[in-house]
Ligand binder design. Structure first.
Ligand SMILES: [Fe+2]
Length: 283
């Protein structure tokens, strides 16, 4: 089972430009996913699809994503707006009033969470969303479960983006997800960087953005003193691939950028391939 993830597409950042950079970057990601063999079984989109939540941006995303020909599942990020999101990108039924739902991918159960509080940059996770999550986990307690949400519940080290570790929404999420061995991974976006972490005993994979990336910068930041540091870069558009092998959910981070081939599968490389296969033994 191969699940592709893209995040932070931010279509409509330049609302009057149909060929804006963010659309061109999305097209590069879609082309890279389309070229994969085997192809992804599903696409997860972890929020900030539209920079300003406009219907036009969601329509653009639907058009671009449909080229992949696989099921597309989306959750909202802090830039999204639920009303226009729902109209353009209908999702499976779930918790009323939110874009929070579950679905099956083979033996995997996927729970897509809504951490949006419109007008707020950081995450939100109220009592009703937490109760829904707890009930869903209980209902499918024997299923390996992937959790997808926009806001990572971790302190990434990119200080200006990080939540308070004891933020109420993180505490509430933590109460539900700790001691839940059925959870095989938590996948997120929001930081515009590729990050792997652990949280409450679970692996966390943060996919880098389809749109612009943030600088890798752990230096403290003073909200009162703009010091001219680099904050946003044009590093290549990115995606993640999560491979469920029946035991583990293995995450690969990738960028949509051509790379020069330095070795091909020729008789020289065959020597190495045969050696590794012999060491591994029969499967
Ligand atoms: Fe974003």
């Amino acid at each position: 089972m191969l699940i592709a993830q893209i995040t932070d597409v931010h279509l409509g950042f330049e609302p009057d430009n149909a060929s804006e950079d963010n659309r061109l970057r999305l097209d590069r990601v879609v082309a890279a996913l389309d070229a994969l063999s085997p192809r992804p079984d599903a696409l997860l989109v972890t929020g900030d699809i539209a920079d300003r939540g406009t219907a036009e941006a969601y329509a653009q995303f639907r058009e671009a994503g449909s080229a992949l020909g696989c099921s597309v599942y989306c959750c909202p990020g802090n830039h999204d707006r639920r009303d226009t999101f729902r109209t353009a990108l209908p999702q499976p039924d779930g918790l009323a009033g939110f874009i929070q739902y579950g679905f099956d991918l083979g033996e995997l159960r996927v729970l897509v969470l809504d951490t949006l509080e419109e007008g707020r940059h950081g995450g939100s996770f109220c009592e009703s969303r937490a109760e829904w999550l707890a009930a869903e986990l209980k209902r499918h307690v024997d299923r390996p479960t992937l959790i997808a949400l926009h806001h990572p519940p971790i302190a990434s080290g990119v200080a200006w983006m990080d939540p308070a570790p004891a933020a109420p929404w993180i505490e509430r999420l933590s109460e539900v997800l700790r001691s839940q061995p059925q959870v095989v991974k938590i996948v997120c976006g929001h930081i515009h960087r590729p990050i792997a972490a652990t949280w409450q005993g679970h692996g966390v994979a943060v996919c880098a953005a389809s749109a612009a990336q943030l600088s890798l910068d752990f230096a403290p930041i003073d909200p009162d003193t703009p010091d001219g540091r680099a904050m946003v870069t044009d590093a290549p558009p990115a995606f993640a691939l999560h491979h469920w092998n029946g035991r583990e959910l293995v995450t690969h981070f990738a960028v949509a950028q051509d790379a020069q081939v330095l070795a091909s599968y020729d008789p020289d490389m065959q020597v190495l391939v045969r050696k590794i296969a012999a060491e591994r033994g029969p499967s």
